[in-house]
Design a protein around this ligand. Structure first.
Ligand SMILES: *[C@@H]1O[C@H](CO)[C@@H](O)[C@H](O)[C@H]1NC(C)=O
Ligand SMILES: *[C@@H]1O[C@H](CO)[C@@H](O)[C@H](O)[C@H]1NC(C)=O
Ligand SMILES: *[C@@H]1O[C@H](CO)[C@@H](O)[C@H](O)[C@H]1NC(C)=O
Ligand SMILES: *[C@@H]1O[C@H](CO)[C@@H](O)[C@H](O)[C@H]1NC(C)=O
Length: 216
C-alpha cells in the first residue's frame, strides 16, 4: 500500500490476555503532516478525554472502559482567536475549547465508530456518510478473520464534486457528502426513498463508494 496514511486509530484488544475485563487500549496516531485535534464522543461511559491536540508523528494511548460505544473523528486547522475561543476549519465541536464535552456536532468529517463490549467483541466502522476531511485507518493489534484492518485511504479531495468541496482561503480542506449538504430525502435515502429500488446511486455516492471500505 503505497498511499500515505494520515490518521491511524489503532485498536489493541487486551481482552484475550487477561480474564480481568480491563477494556481495550486505543492508540491514536497522527501520521498527518500537520497537527490534528482528535474528538472522542462516548454514547455510554467515558474515556479520559474528549478532545486533544496530536502533533504530526505523535501518538496517544487511551484506555477504553470494558464496555464502550463511541466515535472518534479529528479536527484540522484549529486555532485560538484573540478572545481565547478555540475553533477548527473542519470537525469543529463548537465548544470554544480543545475538549469537546456535550453532544457530538455532526459535520462533514471522516469518523470511526467503535463498539467494545464485555464479551470481548470489538467492532468498528469507518464512516464518510457526512463527508470527509482525513484518510483514516483502523489497525487491530491482533488481526483475525473477523477483525481486519479497515480504512478510508483514497484522497476524496481529488475526486470530490465541485459543489461539495470545503474550502478555506482557496485551499480544499475536505469534502461534504451530498446528504450532509443538501439534506433531501432522495439524496439521503430516508423516508420514502429508503428502499434499494428508490435509493439511487448518484455521482455523489459513487465518489464515496469508491473509497470504502478499503481492506489491506
Ligand atoms: C509535509 O510538510 C512539508 C513541510 O511543510 C512539505 O514540504 C511536504 O510537501 C508536506 N508533504 C505532504 C504530503 O503534504
Ligand atoms: C461522562 O462525562 C460527562 C461529562 O463529564 C458526565 O456528565 C457523564 O455523567 C459521564 N458519563 C458516565 C457514564 O460516566
Ligand atoms: C472568537 O470566536 C468566538 C466564537 O466564534 C467569537 O464569538 C468571538 O467574537 C471571536 N473573537 C474575535 C476577536 O474574533
Ligand atoms: C486536500 O487537497 C488540498 C489541496 O488541494 C491539500 O492541501 C490537502 O492536504 C488535501 N487534504 C487531504 C486530506 O489530503
Amino acid at each position: 500500500m503505497a498511499k500515505k496514511l494520515l490518521l491511524i486509530v489503532l485498536l489493541a484488544s487486551h481482552l484475550f490476555v487477561s480474564r480481568v475485563l480491563s477494556g481495550s487500549i486505543l492508540t491514536i496516531e497522527n501520521n498527518c503532516n500537520q497537527t490534528v485535534w482528535p474528538v472522542i464522543f462516548s454514547y455510554d461511559s467515558n474515556l479520559s478525554t474528549t478532545g486533544f491536540p496530536l502533533r504530526s508523528g505523535e501518538a496517544r494511548i487511551l484506555q477504553a472502559p470494558s464496555s464502550w460505544f463511541g466515535l472518534i473523528s479529528a479536527r484540522t486547522l484549529c486555532s485560538t482567536n484573540s478572545s481565547g475561543s478555540f475553533s477548527c476549519a473542519t470537525g469543529d465541536c463548537e465548544s470554544g475549547i480543545i475538549e469537546c464535552p456535550g453532544t457530538y456536532k455532526w459535520s462533514a468529517v471522516t469518523y470511526v465508530y467503535f463498539r467494545i463490549d464485555n464479551g470481548g467483541v470489538n467492532s468498528y466502522t469507518i464512516n464518510v456518510e457526512r463527508g470527509y476531511n482525513l484518510p483514516l485507518l483502523v489497525v487491530p493489534s491482533q488481526p483475525s478473520q473477523t477483525c481486519i484492518t479497515a480504512g478510508c485511504l483514497v484522497d476524496l479531495n481529488k475526486t470530490c464534486p465541485e459543489d461539495l468541496g470545503l474550502f478555506t482561503g482557496g485551499k480544499q480542506i475536505g469534502c461534504s457528502s451530498a446528504c450532509q449538504k443538501y439534506d433531501t430525502k432522495e439524496i439521503c435515502c430516508t423516508h420514502d426513498f429508503r428502499s434499494k429500488q428508490r435509493c439511487k446511486t448518484t455521482m455523489y455516492t459513487h465518489n464515496f463508494e469508491q473509497a470504502l471500505p478499503t481492506r489491506i
